[in-house]
Design a protein around this ligand. Structure first.
Ligand code: ADP
Ligand code: UDP
Length: 250
C-alpha cells in the first residue's frame, strides 16, 4: 500500500490518500485539544497510544459482531481504514450522567441513568458542535430516515459491545462519541476512533469513593498527566485481546 497526498489534517489525526481509492492512511498525532481547540498541547506518546487503543477496540468490537472502517494497524502511529463519506454528526451515547449532560440537566456527575441515552450533535467547529434532533437532521438532509434508524441501531450495538469490553477490564463506560459514514457501496459503518479522547472511562479498581479518570477529562480539567491513564487502558485492552486470542501485531 502506497501513502499518497495528505487529504486532511484535523485536531488529532492526519488523513492521507493511498493507491487504493477505497483506503485511507491515518496518522495519529500527539496533539491534544479541549473546548473545541481553545486548549491545546503536544503530549509525547499520545498519538501512539490512541492508535494502539483504537486498533484494539475495533478488533474487540469485530469479535463481538460490530464492524467498522478499521483494516489494520501498520505502525506505532498509523493505520489503514476504509474511506467513507462521513455524516457530519457526533453520535453520543451515555450510560452515566457526566460532562455537558450533567450540567444541562443539573444532575450530579456519576448519577446512574435508567437507560442509555443517544444524542446527536452537528459536527461543526465553527458552531461548537450544537445539539441536533431527528427532525432537524432530516430537514437539513444530513441523513435520511432509514440511515438515521441504522445509525441509531449501530450506536446502541456499539454501546452494548463496549460495555462488555470495558466491564471486563474493570472500567466504567460513562459515555462516548462515535462517528459513522457510508462506504462507496452505500453501507453504513462505524468510523473515526474510539479512544480515551472520545470516551469517559472511570476505573473501578481500588477506588476509594473518588472517581479515577482514565480519559481526556484529565487534560480538559487539569487533573493530571493523561499518559499513565492511557497506558493503563492500553495495557488492560491488550491483555483482554490476548486472552480472547485476537491476533495483535506488537
Ligand atoms: P477533527 O476533524 O474533529 O479535528 P480528527 O483530527 O480526528 O478530527 O480528524 C479525522 C477526520 O477524519 C474527522 O473529520 C473524521 O470525521 C474523518 N474520518 C474518520 N474516519 C474516516 C473515514 N473512514 N473516512 C473518511 N473520513 C474519516
Ligand atoms: N466527545 C468527543 N468529542 C466532542 C464532544 C464530546 O469525543 O467533540 C465525547 C466526550 O469525550 C464524552 C462524550 O463525548 O465521552 C460526551 O461529551 P459531553 O457532551 O459531555 O461533552 P463535554 O463535557 O466533553 O463538553
Amino acid at each position: 500500500m502506497e501513502k499518497l497526498e495528505q487529504l486532511y489534517k484535523g485536531k488529532a489525526k492526519k488523513m492521507y490518500a493511498t493507491d487504493d481509492p477505497d483506503v485511507l492512511w491515518v496518522e495519529y498525532m500527539n496533539q491534544a485539544t479541549a473546548g473545541n481547540g481553545a486548549k491545546k498541547a503536544q503530549i509525547e506518546g499520545k498519538g501512539e497510544l490512541n492508535n494502539r487503543i483504537t486498533s484494539l477496540v475495533f478488533e474487540l468490537l469485530k469479535a463481538r459482531g460490530v464492524d467498522s472502517h478499521f483494516i489494520k494497524r501498520i505502525s506505532a502511529t498509523e493505520q489503514l481504514v476504509r474511506k467513507m463519506t462521513m455524516f457530519p454528526l457526533e453520535i453520543i451515547m451515555r450510560n452515566t450522567a457526566a460532562g455537558s449532560f450533567a450540567a444541562r440537566y443539573g444532575v450530579k456527575e456519576g448519577t446512574e441513568l435508567a437507560n442509555p441515552i443517544l444524542e446527536f450533535c452537528l459536527k461543526s467547529d465553527a458552531l461548537n458542535d450544537p445539539f441536533i434532533n431527528d427532525d432537524a437532521m432530516l430537514a437539513l438532509r444530513l441523513a435520511d430516515k432509514e440511515q438515521l434508524a441504522e445509525i441509531s441501531r449501530q450506536a446502541r450495538a456499539v454501546n452494548a459491545a463496549l460495555q462488555d469490553i470495558f466491564s471486563k477490564i474493570d472500567v466504567q463506560l460513562v459515555d462516548f462519541k462515535i462517528e459513522e459514514g457510508t462506504t462507496g457501496d452505500g453501507r453504513i459503518l462505524l468510523a473515526d476512533e474510539i479512544t480515551p479522547d472520545t470516551c469517559r472511562l472511570w476505573d473501578t479498581r481500588d477506588h476509594s469513593g473518588t472517581v479515577e479518570h482514565l480519559d481526556k477529562d484529565l487534560f480538559r480539567r487539569d487533573l493530571g498527566n493523561i499518559i499513565p491513564a492511557y497506558e493503563e487502558i492500553h495495557n488492560r485492552l491488550l491483555q483482554l485481546a490476548t486472552d480472547e486470542g485476537l491476533e495483535t501485531i506488537e
